[in-house]
Design a protein around this ligand. Structure first.
Ligand SMILES: [Zn+2]
Ligand SMILES: [Zn+2]
Length: 377
């Protein structure tokens, strides 16, 4: 047999860890519930530990370190570094290196470490069960910036010790405090870990499979409000793959993104700074472009399509130009407001111009929406 066709060797540590923890959770938890009474304090502590692990990955590993979408003070970085070891998802350095490759070569089966095109199981957990990318396993050259962060370096160096301390030490201490070490080991130790693992893994599997593609169809990433609830806000993955440096994934106020809320709240305390956001006009234009391309593709399949295609082109260009006009005057309005000049008599004319441009854009948005909805099945 040609060596390249052989499957890479199994990573027995990972296989044993995932299998054992999963088995203990699905067998041990029902047995415990059958024999013992489950107290509220244990449930609360399990939920707290689950959220701590999840948010350390989403706010810390992902949005802070992998994408540098904001900066955090030493205290918060230390909290996330310990939480990441608790979540047992490898060191910050290793995780971020994989994730940066994922963004750079998304869906490329040879390069993307958890390419969704390799199938659901592979992108969810299979990629961690064999040495698929052994050649670049210790190559952290795409994370040279992170190697200047002493907390990242420290966590990488003592990762196994920290992971053991957090996963055994924390449940034991809580268990002693609650007077229930067995329950704490089972719920805070094992059940929390299994739930934390699979909810994070959903971002690589489910969030590349199920949902809409409002911003781009050049990769498999999807936006999905349900997945956002399972992943602390990471379900808006189509948006994330196109605007990866934005500290938000759910950009609307009603979208469930507790990771965004945490980062923003910490900024009020001065713990996080330099929160990066994509400009609203760029977001709106990207979305409109995707809708335009979809309709164009659809119209090309219809007979006698030239008039329709011309109208589509006209409406799209009008929308893009009105978005540009509006955000330009809006920027000026913000400048004037900062200088407290917006209500001055001299700016009365400008305010009238602003209102007129705003109304024209709103009308164009309505026309565009009508056009899109007409042809959306
Ligand atoms: Zn992805
Ligand atoms: Zn990412």
């Amino acid at each position: 047999m040609i060596p390249q066709q052989q499957k890479p060797p199994i990573i027995w540590l990972n296989v044993s860890l995932f299998t054992l923890t999963f088995a203990i959770a699905v067998i041990g938890v029902p047995l415990y519930l059958y024999f013992y009474h489950l107290d509220v304090a244990l449930i609360v502590m399990t939920v707290v530990a689950f959220c701590y692990c999840g948010m350390s990955i989403t706010a810390g590993y992902h949005r802070l370190w992998a994408h540098q979408s904001y900066q955090a003070n030493r205290f918060l970085r230390l909290v996330f570094a310990l939480g990441g070891a608790f979540a047992l998802q490898n060191s910050i350095l290793h995780w971020c290196s994989d994730h940066r490759v994922h963004h750079r070569h998304v869906d490329n089966n040879l390069k993307d470490p958890y390419s969704a095109k390799m199938g659901f199981f592979y992108s969810h957990i299979g990629w961690m069960l064999r040495h698929y990318q052994a050649s670049r396993y210790h190559d952290y050259s795409n994370c040279s910036d992170l190697q200047n962060d002493p907390i990242v370096v420290w966590q990488h160096k003592y990762y196994f010790l920290l992971a053991a301390m957090m996963n055994i030490g924390v449940p034991v201490i809580i268990g002693l405090l609650l007077g229930n070490v067995l329950g704490a080991l089972l719920f805070i130790g094992v059940l929390r870990l299994v739930l934390s693992h699979h909810t994070t893994f959903f971002i690589n599997s489910l969030a590349h499979k199920w949902g809409s593609q409002p911003y781009t169809d050049r990769n498999t990433a999807r936006d999905n409000g349900v997945i956002a609830w399972l992943t602390f806000g990471e379900g808006y993955h189509n948006y994330h793959h196109i605007f990866e440096n934005d500290y938000r994934n759910g950009i609307r106020w009603w979208q469930f993104d507790p990771t965004k809320w945490l980062i923003k709240s910490c900024s009020w305390l001065g713990w996080t700074t330099n929160l990066k956001v994509t400009s609203a006009d760029r977001i709106e234009k990207t979305r409109a472009k995707m809708e335009f391309m979809r309709l164009q593709y659809q119209f090309k399949t219809l007979p006698n399509n030239s008039a329709r295609l011309l109208q589509l082109q006209y409406e799209y260009e009008a929308l893009i130009s009105k978005i540009s006009d509006y955000y330009q005057v809006k920027k000026r309005l913000i400048d004037l407001r900062q200088q407290k000049l917006a209500n001055d008599y001299e700016n009365f004319e400008f305010m009238q111009q602003y209102e007129s441009i705003k109304q024209k854009l709103n009308q164009q948005r309505r026309d565009w929406k009508y056009l899109v909805q007409q042809y959306t099945v």
